[in-house]
Design a protein around this ligand. Structure first.
Ligand code: N2P
Length: 387
């Protein structure tokens, strides 16, 4: 029963884990409620429900409904737009979610905290479709690829309105560099047409460190201070900090430069084209480099429906299913077999699948220690509040 209640809460987009724990305690079952009956093969039969928590703007329109139709499993689908929001829920526990999608460098430390269930590969026959080179690269974050299945990948770079930026900067246009947002000389000129930053400390501070030539994986406090100082200097020119609002705002010309995830900037490009509003959006991976991220589907250790979760992961690993997500959302997937299912307009778009010289500028990210993150969060609060 509690599972269904949780699902209803998720349906409404509101979810209060403490309230659920309270209900369980009041019912006199502090740990687990009596489980559902045992099914054939000795495994517990799960309720036909799946609670998915994914990034916003990160799935195709029919992905979920097709899974529901095929399996009879009802999916409660919730979204977030920062790793930080997801992490708070995962570290608190009892999130109620069956599938979550942290970036690999977040999954790395969450796994150390015991947050995830090891994947059961026997339930993932489509696993062989995944890109082996990417899987090997990911073992730095997820040894033996134990907990995560790569979903989509991207760089954190700059989405911009080509015409407005050129108009604001005149002939002096560094359209290949983080200087566009981190050099006050340029940021001041772009203030009026609108600069936005992601609302995530590592995304912005690591990008600032890359601009400064500092290793973004550094945990030295003087390196953090250097990034803080840099971002504070341009803070007066930043219109807002938000990690998804910029898609629409770039698309309709409300803002002109966003520190952005690749696919989100490209969605803005597509939305502008569809509405034929004359807005021309491009994405740049700065010459100094950019943080490379792979978002990983994983199953929380306390997921109420781990079998359904495996079925969902296996479904997403079908090449034609994930290719459709890449087609709609302009993110390359971690599925090598999916490439054959992409329309040429996506497969051959160098902004979606960047050429090797651009990929060479991607910087892998390792987990931060929780202590360093605390310092980083304090710096972020100082930046955001302007103190
Ligand atoms: C989707 C953003 C996903 C990329 N809107 C963040 N890792």
């Amino acid at each position: 029963m509690p599972t269904i209640r949780w699902a209803r809460r998720l349906d409404r987009g509101r979810f209060f884990a403490p309230a659920v724990v309270g209900i369980l305690l009041l019912a006199g079952c502090g740990s687990k409620p009596a489980g559902p009956p045992t099914g054939p093969g000795g495994t517990k039969a799960e309720a036909p429900v799946l609670n998915v928590y994914n990034w916003s703007d990160y799935i195709a329109p029919d992905t979920i409904s097709r899974f529901e139709k095929e399996t009879g499993i009802k999916v409660n689908y919730d979204v977030y737009d920062t790793n930080e929001v997801l992490e708070t829920k995962l570290l608190t526990g009892h999130s109620g979610y069956d599938v979550v999608v942290p970036s690999a460098f977040f999954l790395e430390r969450q796994a150390r905290e015991g947050v995830f269930l090891p994947l059961d590969r026997s339930k993932l026959p489509n696993y062989h479709n995944l890109d082996e080179k990417l899987l090997a690269r990911l073992t730095a974050n997820d040894p033996d690829n134990r907990y995560g299945v790569p979903y989509m990948w991207q760089a954190t770079g700059i989405g911009y309105n080509v015409d407005k930026v050129k108009a604001a900067l005149g002939g002096d246009v560094p359209l290949d560099s983080w200087a566009l947002v981190f050099d006050p000389k340029y940021a001041a000129k772009l203030k009026d047409c609108g600069i936005t930053f992601l609302d995530s400390p590592p995304e912005v501070l690591d990008s600032a460190q890359i601009y400064l030539g500092i290793d973004p994986n550094s945990e030295r406090l003087e390196d953090l201070a250097a990034a803080e100082e840099l971002v504070k200097k341009v803070r007066p020119y930043v219109r807002y900090f938000h990690s998804s609002q910029y898609i629409n705002d770039l698309a309709n010309g409300e803002v002109c430069v966003s520190v952005a995830y690749t696919g989100d900037a490209l969605q803005a490009r597509d939305r502008a084209k569809e509405s034929a509003n004359g807005v021309n959006i491009a994405f740049l991976v700065p010459k100094e480099g950019a943080v490379f991220e792979v978002d990983m589907m994983a199953i929380p250790a306390d997921a109420p429906h781990p079998d359904n979760a495996h079925r969902f992961l296996n479904y997403i690993m079908r090449p034609e299913v994930v290719a459709e997500i890449s087609t709609y959302k302009k993110y390359p997937s971690g599925n090598a077999a999916a490439i054959a299912f992409l329309p040429p307009s996506v497969r051959d778009d160098p902004a979606v699948y960047p050429p090797p010289d651009v990929v060479a500028r991607f910087k892998d990210h390792r987990a931060e220690s929780l202590t360093y993150t605390r310092y980083e969060n304090r710096a972020w609060t100082r930046i955001r509040t302007g103190r």
